[in-house]
Write a protein that binds this ligand. Structure first.
Ligand code: CLF
Ligand code: SF4
Length: 501
């Protein structure tokens, strides 16, 4: 059974993300999980790499206040813990948030998770946050509830969270050492006082760790987000990862610092740089060990709606919702049918993957060959289904004799926007080619002559032959072609340069 994800036209959709399946890893991680945990994560787009191709999340911005200050945040913009700074969210009352969630649930049946993630800290706004959760758990019982917090007010909120059946909590933990913390958090607001420096960081760390332990004790799944700040906590995050894993966190998500000067954050103004993609990947790899790492995070806005990587929030502003005529009963029935269909499709994919894994034990495939990075243009559903010129991000996979694994996503400016000028087009195209450095092929549904030639000149082989095929199978097929053609015998100059850099 093949479903159209979110019913989006190819040219309208933004890219979604990784291919779990391709990353056999995700499914291996999922397959050894106890049934009750599998059930909790199988349709959560952030907790399961596989699910995020199929299921969507939405955030409601009901929490304006914050109880700490992070050097990477300017609260004029969305919370950097769970959102991309840049655009102010439409702040909602709990009643509006419930109305919006129901409207999105009716129009995007694949939306399975409602998160509160800002624009401040949800637990620093407990009345608004819990009023929203209370209404939703009564009125939309098929939606999972999720919350993200800096952790300062977490221990006191754990019982209330458990009461509302919130079984996914994200804590942003950037350090376990107050000396490091003092370089990230200038102050916290604690017991009606502002506290500064290491003393503040010490209290925050203690509360975060205590909150983590309490959630795990109650069987609530905890994801830890960490912002990688080069020269401040990059090395230290390995220790953070070890400790949170020991304490029972389910998933660790190391995200890159976003520090554009125009966002007006302390780090942005002081010129603190964010990590390069290779630095982020190296850190994620060294944190990995046997801990589940999240690599498909899109640093969503506090009012994001849709698949990870896309934002359909504009379709659901309060004035548009007020004008909608929705039959909730039939929408809820439709949701159930669509969810069952997606789960059936995922099971079929899983079974197929297992069959292929058995076949790939053939000696010629297992032969030691070097790994290759490939970029993929997709609008969701785990398929190669996007035109090169429509992509606003590419997903990068590594193919090797061991299979295919998702590595990261790379954002680009859309190259083909219809009424663009030549100069803008050229600069978007050269930006895309720069963003794809290190990749040896790019797989998409279609590609024009001009980008084809320029990609080839840059040593990246365009490939439009696998349109509508599953990402993992297409990437593996291209890898096999490269092996048969002898292209894996030599390392291209551009890739060698990057490896030496
Ligand atoms: Fe939202 Fe966060 Fe829940 Fe997901 S986002 S509150 S766990 S439903 Fe997901 Fe977005 Fe990354 Fe967050 S991709 S920023 S990890
Ligand atoms: Fe900003 Fe979120 Fe940090 Fe609060 S916790 S200062 S809202 S990034």
């Amino acid at each position: 059974m093949q479903l159209t994800v979110l019913g989006q036209e190819e040219n309208k959709a933004e890219a979604s993300s990784c291919a779990s399946g391709s990353c056999g890893s995700d499914n291996e991680q999922m397959s050894h999980l106890p049934d009750e945990i599998r059930e909790k994560v199988q349709n959560h787009p952030c907790y399961s790499e596989e699910a995020h191709h199929y299921f969507a999340r939405m955030h409601v911005a009901v929490a304006p206040a914050c109880n700490i200050q992070c050097h990477y945040c300017n609260r004029k913009y969305d919370c950097s813990n769970e959102s991309r700074p840049g655009v102010v969210s439409e702040l909602l009352t709990p009643e509006e948030a419930i109305m919006k969630t129901k409207a999105v649930a009716a129009n995007i049946p694949q939306m399975t998770v409602l998160g509160i993630a800002g624009p401040g800290d949800p637990l620093a706004n407990p009345e608004r946050t819990f009023q929203t959760f209370r209404g939703l758990s009564e009125q939309t019982p098929d939606i999972k509830l999720c919350v993200s917090t800096n952790g300062l007010a977490l221990p006191e909120a754990v019982d209330e969270l458990a009461k509302h059946n919130i079984d996914h909590v994200t804590i942003t933990i950037n350090c376990v050492d107050p000396a490091v913390g003092a370089k990230i958090y200038p102050w916290i607001y604690w017991n009606n006082k502002r506290i500064y420096g290491e003393k503040a960081a010490k209290i925050l760390i203690k509360q975060q760790q205590k909150g983590l332990e309490m959630l795990v004790e109650r069987g609530i799944l905890v994801k830890v987000n960490s912002v990688m700040i080069p020269g401040v906590n990059d090395e230290h995050l390995k220790e953070v990862s070890r400790i949170v894993k020991e304490k029972g966190a389910f998933l660790h998500n190391v995200m890159p610092l976003i520090s554009e000067a125009e966002h007006g954050t302390f780090y942005g103004i002081m010129g603190q740089r964010g990590p390069e993609p290779e630095e982020l990947q190296d850190l994620q790899d060294s944190c990995a060990g046997d801990m589940n790492m999240m690599r498909h995070c899109r640093q969503c806005r506090a009012d994001a709606v849709g698949l990870l990587g896309e934002d359909r929030g504009e379709e659901f502003t309060m004035d548009k919702i007020a004008a909608m005529d929705i039959d909730y009963d039939s929408a809820m029935k439709k949701r159930a049918v669509i969810h069952a269909g997606i789960l059936e499709e995922l099971e079929e994919k899983d079974a197929k993957r297992k069959r292929l894994a058995g076949l790939s034990a053939k000696p010629e495939v297992v032969k030691e060959t070097r790994p290759v990075l490939m970029a993929v243009a997709t609008s969701g559903g785990g398929l190669i289904n996007q035109h090169f010129g429509h992509a606003t991000e590419f997903l990068v996979y590594e193919a090797s004799a061991n299979g295919v694994r998702f590595i990261s996503h790379r954002k680009v400016d859309q190259y083909c926007i219809g009424n663009d000028t030549c100069g803008e087009k050229e600069s978007a195209l050269s930006g895309s080619i720069r963003a794809l450095k290190g990749c040896e092929a790019v797989l998409c549904s279609k590609i024009g002559f001009e980008p084809w030639s320029l990609l080839e000149e840059a040593g990246i082989q365009p490939n439009g032959e696998h349109a509508m095929e599953s990402i993992e199978e297409a990437v593996m097929a291209v890898y096999e072609e490269m092996r048969v053609d002898g292209r894996l015998d030599e390392v291209p100059e551009a890739v060698a340069e990057l490896a030496g850099a």
